[in-house]
Design a protein around this ligand. Structure first.
Ligand code: GTP
Length: 287
């Protein structure tokens, strides 16, 4: 998706409409970039609505960092769970957690003497964080697609999970924080934004710098580098790896290979947003 002001306004309107229908929001982020893969104006849009932050792709992220981020979100007053939507790991905790939150807030709609109705929820997140994968995973069992629920806006489909949960069948999609260069590169490195947005060699160099700083053994192992080679200037390192791979001076090809290795986890698990080193705030977002 390319985000232009018109698209952003439309996406925002659509999300605002959907938000009116639900009791709770499942905000999905990429565990490798738990801050950079959030929408900058989400807080403003959701306001007081309960939410669970789902750190998805937990299998690709550095587990020690994921733990810190989960704790961070909890300290910010959210509920947070780490999941792997591809394999369904952790997703059985979502509904009990939603129930717990809504019961604690006593916001769960209830008619006296009757069981509370199903929780209505929606998935929300920037592109590529795994919204559809999660929906499909959740839908794996006990799921029935329903028509319009009476009293609810027409045209919205709900996925029903037993009597517990009703989930909007289309997720809310918002834009990432792409106007910051470094964030754009992080998003591109995980494959969250399109390749033609950036130069491949710039991106590969960004990736090499990052791995050298945080996961140097991953580089030495994968590309058979000596300790001395690892200390080369990054463009020289890129050239060296390209040559070692047999791509001669095709640095574009070398760059693509490195980027693909990072995206596919061939350099191991990693977290690009570092909680300890950067100042992260829940910004009162700008329109
Ligand atoms: P948009 O439709 O662009 O908004 O994306 P989305 O948020 O619906 O993401 P989608 O479910 O299409 O997943 C994007 C990619 O991430 C796919 O290739 C998924 O297979 C992959 N993916 C999703 N969840 C996980 C996960 O937990 N682990 C791993 N390794 N990959 C995942």
């Amino acid at each position: 998706i390319q985000w232009f002001p018109g698209h952003m306004a439309k996406a925002r309107r659509e999300v605002a409409e959907k938000l009116k229908l639900v009791d709770i929001v499942f905000e999905i982020v990429d565990a490798r970039l738990p801050a950079s893969s959030r929408n900058p104006m989400l807080d403003q849009l959701i306001q007081q609505k309960p939410r669970i932050v789902l750190l998805n792709k937990g299998d690709l992220a550095d587990p020690a960092e994921t733990k810190k981020w989960q704790q961070y979100f909890i300290e910010q007053g959210y509920s947070a769970l780490t999941i792997n939507a591809n394999q369904g790991k952790g997703i059985n905790k979502i509904v009990p957690e939603a129930k717990r939150i809504l019961d604690a807030r006593r916001t769960r709609p209830q008619i006296k003497g009757m069981k509370p109705r199903a929780i209505r929820a929606m998935c929300l997140g920037v592109p590529n964080v795994g919204k559809s994968t999660l929906l499909n995973r959740l839908a794996g069992k006990n799921m029935a697609r329903t028509g319009n629920t009476p009293g609810v806006t027409k045209g919205q489909q709900w996925l029903k999970f037993g009597k517990e949960l009703e989930l909007l069948d289309t997720p809310g999609i918002l834009w990432p924080k792409f106007d910051d260069q470094a964030i754009g590169k992080k998003l591109a490195l995980t494959g969250a934004i399109k390749d033609h947005v950036l130069h491949m060699d710039d991106l590969a160099i960004f990736g090499l710098d990052f791995f050298r700083a945080y996961y140097p053994e991953a580089l030495t192992e994968r590309y058979q580098l000596s300790g001395e080679e690892l200390l080369l200037d990054t463009p020289d390192l890129l050239m060296l790896i390209t040559e070692k791979r047999g791509y001669k001076d095709d640095y574009d090809r070398g760059s693509r290979m490195i980027i693909q290795d990072i995206r596919d986890g061939r350099l191991g698990r990693y977290t690009l947003d570092r909680l300890d080193e950067e100042e992260w705030q829940d910004e009162a977002a700008v329109d």
